[in-house]
Design a protein around this ligand. Structure first.
Ligand code: SAM
Length: 328
């Protein structure tokens, strides 16, 4: 009997992506977070031979996995970059110029980390298994989590844990982490978790059925180390700028901080004013139209099969034909 290898990363909201990012015959698709190519594989499977698909990812292991999975497919090109910087990348500009001179039909952003990051202890994202304190999505660039912590004082570390992890005990946690660091006890992910548990005991959370108390602090440090929220708004604007009229941008986010940026940026690009006061100081151009304005969430059956999909939300914007139109 042949055994089918289990995919390492199950693409979330796949059906919703396929239904809401339709690709016409000979369509042009940009996937700014290619990952292990799960969405790419499913999208390419229903597209014709004239389709061209460009995948971008900052993580060399993700790109290698996607290449191993889809490298035979001549419709796919892969570029190593971040979605913040790719716009100025000559290889990206050449692809757009040659393959998509009239713009793109579909752009996908599936934000955050993949299970490749979370399940491999050597990447340093997990508080369940021992690994180096790294947490970089691109291990070839930037500071590791340990180097980043070494650069922080109590205030800046607490601020990151509070802002990006939404952790209310950020200040005592930052103090405990820096104490462990200065006493030479902070080397691995489990050391970091142990420092956090001195403030928020793990057993107490377990007894109350709460999430592991290290979750929020790990998220905060990871987002800071990877600069995950910086440049997201600009990247969404650049992506919309490359869509053809009628083309669609789909963005999947996994936590409220990301989703807030996605929601407000797409609403602003749709001409909806979310600022203070009731009326916009000036009328905003309607560059996109929101499809499913509240976003789409995973069905109960997807959540049962793939529990991480519980926190995913897909928001979609469609480029208007006349982008100079204004709200009446
Ligand atoms: C949730 S995974 C994508 C999974 C993919 N859709 C699939 O089905 O396999 C997110 C991917 O985005 C990448 N990533 C995160 N931030 C990025 C950024 N700023 N620029 C480019 N890639 C990024 C990560 O390395 C990761 O591989």
């Amino acid at each position: 009997m042949t055994t089918i290898p289990k995919p390492i990363h199950v693409p979330v909201l796949l059906q919703e992506v396929l239904e809401n990012l339709p690709v016409p015959s000979g369509g042009r698709v940009l996937d700014l977070t290619l990952g292990l190519g799960g969405h790419a594989q499913a999208i390419l499977a229903i597209c014709d031979a004239d389709t061209r698909y460009l995948g971008v990812d900052r993580d060399p292991f993700a790109r290698a996995s996607a290449k191993a999975r889809l490298g035979q497919d001549a419709r796919l090109s892969i570029i190593a970059d971040t979605y913040e910087n790719v716009w100025e990348n000559p290889a990206f500009q050449a692809w757009c110029h040659l393959q998509a001179p009239e713009g793109l039909d579909a752009i996908l952003m599936d934000l955050g980390v993949s299970s490749l990051h979370l399940k491999d202890p050597s990447r340093g994202f997990s508080f369940m298994e021992e690994g180096p304190l790294d947490m970089r999505m691109d291990p070839e660039h930037g500071l590791t989590a340990l180097q980043w912590i070494a650069d922080q004082d109590e205030t800046t570390l607490a601020d990151a844990i509070y802002k990006y992890g939404e952790e209310r005990s950020s200040r005592p946690i930052a103090r405990a982490i820096l104490k462990a660091f200065h006493e030479g006890r902070l080397h691995t992910t489990l050391d970091l978790a142990a420092a956090i548990y001195t403030v928020l005991p793990r057993e107490f959370a377990r007894r109350k059925g709460q999430i592991d108390p290290a979750t929020r602090s790990f998220q905060g440090i990871r987002i800071a180390v990877n600069g995950e929220l910086e440049g997201l708004e600009k990247s969404l604007e650049r992506a919309v700028g490359l869509l053809k009229p009628g083309g669609r941008l789909g963005v999947i986010s996994f936590h409220s901080l990301e989703d807030r940026i996605v929601k407000h940026t797409l609403r602003r690009l749709a001409g909806v004013y979310d600022g203070p006061g009731r009326t916009a100081p000036e009328l905003l151009p309607q560059i996109i139209r929101l499809i499913h304005p509240g976003g789409l969430k995973a069905t109960d059956s997807e959540i049962a099969q793939n529990p991480p999909s519980r926190s995913a939300r897909l928001r979609i914007g469609q480029k208007q034909a006349d982008t100079s139109s204004r709200i009446s």
